[in-house]
Design a protein around this ligand. Structure first.
Ligand code: FAD
Length: 343
């Protein structure tokens, strides 16, 4: 197994990720299965993978318009083994007294979940993969791909040419550029997301949960919050290699406004900096997965938008079997790349 990485492991969007894992804002059977398996891996990481993913299991608190909607979501997630409870507004306030619940109907609490350190997680996987014989080639960008009679015959990199058996394309927001080298048009657009950091005041809750609401408000190391602000409203397209990674002031202003409204104690918090990066969005915001008829030995795993990290550790296990055996045990119909014409 050869992995070609144009820079270093962790130089893509994964290391910018909030890396929230376990919660399911959209609940389907497949998503619940992946979320439960991913959580099992993170909770037992040293045994399952080896190393430390920096798992901060503060819990994740999401919101629903009504108690009935929260209960329906919790029931659906529970079916596959998620630990989750629906809370009425009094329950939300009891659980998180700092939170201003104005406008929320009910809460959905995933108490065992949280977020991991994405960079640390990737390094742990890379280290174990190397031990198992993977050939990880950093600073080796893929430059050209030769396709003949519907098959990739050669992958040209800056460090030579590879004649592959199967090729997995998982280049996040660069995937459509790399796919172009194989004559494919992937429907991926890269959209702006801002990441801001705020220090909590000293009297703030010891272990605040992740808030998954109008912004994702994620407790980070040393009593900081890391806050994600996407730009679907309004949609702003950016390049994955921005020459200017500075987060626009309007995003920081909006983030500050929301965090001070939702967590009034944060008026005494401190802004600590921000940057911008991007999501790899498809038109329906669902990933592009699997083999495609246009190029038979190419497997796609991209277009994960803002939710690829939480599934990745579980998806990887399923994908390994899928890539080798040509079929998957999961019902992935909504995510199959074959839903689009790619040539
Ligand atoms: C700010 C932010 C917050 C997020 N928060 C969450 C979250 O809380 N939970 C969640 O589940 N998901 C989250 N996501 C989404 C998640 O991080 C992504 O879906 C996932 O990490 C994407 O992983 P990837 O491996 O597909 O892409 P990437 O991590 O971007 O990796 C792609 C790699 O391909 C390499 N590459 C590019 N071109 C070439 C080439 N020509 N040759 C060789 N290599 C190449 C790049 O250098 C890069 O290392 C977030 C994303 C962002 C941006």
């Amino acid at each position: 197994m050869i992995l070609c990485e144009r820079k270093t492991i962790g130089s893509g969007t994964s290391s910018m990720s909030g890396a929230m894992c376990g919660q399911q804002s959209e609940v389907t059977d497949t998503i619940s299965k992946l979320a439960v398996r991913a959580l099992d891996i993170y909770e037992n990481f040293d045994e399952r993978v080896g190393g430390d993913p920096g798992f901060m299991n503060h819990g994740i608190l999401g919101f629903s318009p009504s108690v009935e909607a929260a209960e329906a979501r919790a029931d659906a997630a529970r079916k596959n083994g998620s630990i989750v409870s629906a809370l009425d507004i009094a329950g939300v306030t009891e659980f998180y007294s700092e939170l201003n619940v104005e406008g929320y109907g009910a809460g959905v609490l995933y108490p065992r979940t949280g977020c991991v350190d994405s960079y640390q997680t990737m390094q742990a996987y890379a280290q174990q993969a190397r031990k198992l014989g993977a050939d990880i080639r950093e600073f080796t960008p893929v430059k050209r791909i030769d396709v003949r009679k519907g098959k990739i015959e050669a992958v040209h990199t800056s460090a030579g040419t590879i004649a592959p058996g199967k090729v997995v394309l998982a280049c996040g927001p660069w995937s459509h550029k790399v796919a172009k080298a194989a004559g494919l048009r992937l429907p991926i657009e890269t959209t702006q997301v801002g990441v801001s950091f705020y220090r909590q005041p000293p009297d703030f809750a010891d272990r605040p949960p992740v808030l998954s609401a109008e912004l994702a408000i994620i407790p980070w190391y040393n009593k900081h919050f890391r806050i994600l602000r996407d730009t679907r409203k309004p949609l702003v397209r950016v390049q994955p290699d921005p020459t200017d990674a500075v987060c626009p002031q309007w995003m920081v202003d909006h983030t500050t406004e929301v965090i001070e409204h939702r967590l009034p104690k944060m008026k005494r918090g401190r802004f600590q900096g921000a940057y911008q990066t991007c999501y790899d969005d498809t038109p329906d915001l669902k990933p592009l997965m699997g083999y495609i008829p246009e190029v038979q030995n190419l497997f796609l795993d991209c277009g994960w938008s803002g939710r690829g990290f939480k599934f990745a550790v579980a998806m990887g296990e399923y994908n390994a079997r899928w890539i080798l055996n040509g079929r998957t045990e999961l019902d992935l119909a909504p995510w199959l790349a074959t839903r689009y014409a790619l040539s």
